[in-house]
Write a protein that binds this ligand. Sequence first.
Ligand SMILES: Cc1cc2nc3c(=O)[nH]c(=O)nc-3n(C[C@H](O)[C@H](O)[C@H](O)COP(=O)(O)OP(=O)(O)OC[C@H]3O[C@@H](n4cnc5c(N)ncnc54)[C@H](O)[C@@H]3O)c2cc1C
Length: 549
Amino acid sequence: MNINSPRYLTSFNIRELPHRFTDILIIGSGLAGLRAALAVSKEQRVTVLTKAEEIEASNSDRAQGGIASVLDPTDAFSKHIADTLVAGADLCDEEVVTRVVTEGPERIQEMIQMGTQFDLQKDGTLELGREGGHGMNRVAHAHGDATGHELMRTLVENVKKAPNIQVHTQCYTLDLLTFEGRCVGAIVNDSVIGKVIYWARQTIVATGGIGQLYRETTNSPVATGDGIAMALRAGAKIKDMEFVQFHPTVLYVAGSSRSLITEAIRGEGAFLIDKNGCRFMPEYDERAELAPRDIVSRSIVAQMVKTNSTTVFLTLAHKDPELILHRFPGIAAICAHFGIDITKDPIPVRPGAHYMMGGIEVDQEGRTNVPGLWAIGEVSCTGLHGANRLASNSLLEAIVYGVAAGVGASKAAQTISDEQHLRVLQISNQVKTPRNPVLHLQDIKNTLKSVMWRSAGVKRNAELLTEGLESLAQLKRFMQGEQIESEGWDLQNMLQIGTIIMEAALLREETRGGHTRTEFPDRRPEWHKHLTFQRQEDGSVMVETEELK
Ligand SMILES: Cc1cc2nc3c(=O)[nH]c(=O)nc-3n(C[C@H](O)[C@H](O)[C@H](O)COP(=O)(O)OP(=O)(O)OC[C@H]3O[C@@H](n4cnc5c(N)ncnc54)[C@H](O)[C@@H]3O)c2cc1C
């Protein structure tokens, strides 16, 4: 393995740039970032940055199915814990799972108090859905299939009312600043004034996932892995990157954006059929359509190959149309744009990159190994998901860790004196390679996404991964020079993260959770371990293995 990483993406000299000071800097305005902002002490100044034009633009806003928690008297923490551990394929951290599951109901209650309106049954209790891998109905949802949007609406409203929190849109965070090994803030490109230094007593990364690395994805355009890449450059440990979850059912209509068809639709009884109308999931797994996502995704790919087809289909034709339209109004509307009536027509679907289980390694409060730096939400690797995320556990993780890191960073900020915080440290960087002036960034991005899909998608093998790594190395050479706009920075981050995903996938010679190696179709006891990547002082990136008992 021979990976290198620059320390900073951009040239800068701190003396020449404007400076802003804040107590807590939060990079990312999704569910995790905004929940953390609201957990910080009201006495402290919080700055939230997003690279998007709108606060809401995020994976959080897109979440459909809901948020999992033990909310029904017939359910039990032990059952939710057991389901999470099974999905995680023996790589979850059981202490973390127990902590998130048991804290869940309290965090959801707080969201309700803040104004979230979950769907209720006639008797006023929460209407709970069921999703793949859950043994009980435990998924709270809002407006049928717009749960993420409702949670985000709640937090945005509360953040706007909080005088200590400021949100800045179109602020692309390029890199985390470190001084003597401690994170002291970030270098940011503000679309109005250009490069700015944000000095912070504590910094929280909440930049979300990596789905945009893949040609087929459910993710928002913001999900380019920036947070993981900038944390790697700053010396943070990056863990479990081979574990990408491919959602089995992404709407596949030529010309449409790749919309997710929520798992909850299978929870309500939808069947998966092939182009000949045959229901195939029972042949692959006794849990049929409700098997964990990795199994359903692999089965769909196998059935597409078997039937020589580019899609399979979801059908709800055997269900009550009224119930379906009440429960899934958003999906019904999207499909209607393409002439598909979900109450009777088959919905064409295939897998797409959906969720990154790995990320920045953190402890139970969201603290990274770099002092002053925290990570929460999809960008982090807490140990909750192991090798595969149980459906609807990620929104829960975002709010549990959002609160933990908000409170933790708030306390830690009090230990940083004004003298330490307000001094302007002499940090600078010079990118030596000039920018290649003839690059067509969109073309490079399309190539990267196709390479990732082909080589590090649902099914992987050594030959494909080696080819993929060579292709990425070539693209990286073109992109070495200094970039001057967000598209270029996104691409540099995507190439860095794509390389790590492929290196990790090549090393892990087994099939486990979201990671499938066709030459090693089984789980192997010698791979009961984690892979962790860390940049060294000389710019090389080293991998370590963490054996588990
Ligand atoms: C279609 C879809 C449906 C889903 N459904 C569910 C579900 O039903 N239940 C569930 O539990 N999970 C679901 N998930 C997963 C879940 O939505 C995400 O894991 C979770 O919302 C991530 O939240 P986050 O706050 O970590 O990141 P995000 O919500 O993605 O927010 C990331 C933020 O970081 C900002 N950002 C990124 N890079 C930079 C940068 N360089 N500089 C500044 N800002 C930056 C972005 O602009 C954005 O504000 C779904 C995901 C998708 C895509």
